[in-house]
Design a protein around this ligand. Structure first.
Ligand code: NAP
Length: 370
């Protein structure tokens, strides 16, 4: 039995032409512990936008039903050389109903169930997924489960990582994002100190409304002073940054060092011995990362990615994290959507220009059978 349906693909040619289009596809029968999921809902996350839009000129793109063709400017086109000519599926995660399974026991147990999954081609009417990675949703709807993996597990991963590293507090540079709101609730539940940086007053209100205690607004005149005070009160010398470009991390390290220096009992020309650690985990700003190392010598900057982290902690910790997400899917880990679009509506100019802006609370949900 073969199953046909629509699926989205994104292709970047070496001349900088980006084509995002829906195609009719024949999906293979699932084998072993694979399941075939009829997809009902999938969020458009910033990591999906990296291959759907990137830095392409979408204002002047050609839009036709189920397709857009845009130009990727330099240096972003040359920087994407590894994907030139590849027709890539898109959509990291989503949820739907298992309509066929392989012969493996894990797969067969999921027949007919609603599951959240991470197939990598969630912008599609059907997906093949690994049964071991599927989260049975029970009474939750597909919409409630659609964002049940990437952001929840990442936010929980930050808290787990902090605990593993002996930290009692975290600093987060984009506090009001979908993920940032989850992190705020997790830290409150777990008694972890949290310094949230935001850039708009309404984001301060939003986070205070869900129980955040230290929220600093980078648009305020006294931002640096407020940031230092929040770090001082929480001892947050450990943080996560999804901006990546510009001076986001730099200003945090500077503030951390300034706080650390005030606690020194003896002067040192080398600065404080306080260890400061930041992880860049996104590229909301694609400009170069600017560092002006004037933070003493005890600082570390590294990258953070969910899947290698999950591999490093092992199945037991991952199972515990997934259970916590499932038990609290519509509270701690709830996601909200501005709009629901089917695959064709997703590729209209109005929709593309809106979701690529990645504004707080304006995530789109793809519902391929709408
Ligand atoms: N490394 C990993 O494994 C991993 C896993 C999950 C998510 N992520 C990353 O986590 C980040 C957040 O994802 P999400 O789904 O929570 O996002 P989201 O809900 O779509 O929100 C995006 C947020 O980013 C802010 N923003 C956009 N551009 C910005 C910029 N240049 N400077 C500062 N703030 C900016 C927006 O604020 P305004 O409203 O003020 O524009 C908004 O609050 C993304 O970068 C994503 O790629 C990484």
């Amino acid at each position: 039995m073969s199953t046909t349906g629509k699926q989205l693909f994104t292709t970047l040619e070496s001349n900088g032409t980006l084509t995002v289009a829906i195609e009719d596809v024949t999906f293979p029968d699932p084998v072993g512990n694979q399941v075939l999921v009829k997809m009902e809902a999938a969020p458009i996350n910033p990591s999906d936008l990296a291959i759907l839009t990137g830095a392409a000129d979408l204002e002047n793109a050609e839009y036709s039903p189920g397709k857009y063709v845009a130009t990727m400017p330099e240096p972003f086109n040359a920087g994407s050389k590894a994907r030139h000519g590849l027709k890539l599926p898109a959509g990291n995660e989503g949820a739907g109903t298992v309509v066929a399974t392989g012969e493996g026991d894990k797969a067969k147990a999921l027949m007919g169930q609603r599951v959240a999954c991470v197939p990598g081609n969630a912008f599609s009417q059907y997906c093949i997924a690994d049964a071991g990675m599927c989260l049975p949703l029970g009474d939750y709807s597909s919409e409630e489960g659609a964002s049940g993996f990437v952001n929840p597990m990442t936010a929980l991963g930050f808290a787990e990582n902090a605990k593993m590293d002996g930290q009692d507090a975290i600093l987060h540079t984009v506090g009001a994002s979908n993920l940032g709101q989850m992190l705020t609730r997790i830290c409150k539940e777990d008694g972890i100190g949290l310094v949230n940086i935001v850039r708009k007053e309404q984001q301060v209100e939003l986070l205070k409304g869900i129980g955040a205690s230290h929220v600093v607004n980078s648009s305020d005149e006294d931002f640096t002073k407020n940031l230092r005070a929040a770090i001082d009160e929480t001892d947050a010398f450990y943080g996560f940054d999804p901006i990546g470009g510009g001076k986001s991390v730099d200003r945090v390290f500077k503030a951390m060092e300034q706080v650390a220096v005030t606690k020194m009992t003896e002067y040192s020309r080398y600065g404080s011995t306080q260890q400061k650690r930041m992880f860049i985990y996104g590229r909301l700003d694609v400009s170069p990362t600017v560092l002006s190392p004037s933070y003493g010598f005890g600082w570390t900057l590294s990258g953070w990615l969910l899947f290698p982290f999950l591999q490093s902690v092992g199945m037991e910790t991952m199972g515990r994290m997934r259970k916590r997400v499932l038990d609290n899917l519509t509270t701690t880990f709830a996601s909200h959507y501005k709009k629901r679009v089917d695959l064709e509506e997703m590729l209209t100019k109005d929709a593309v220009m809106d979701y690529r802006a990645m504004k707080t609370g304006e995530k789109y949900l793809v519902t391929p059978w709408k």
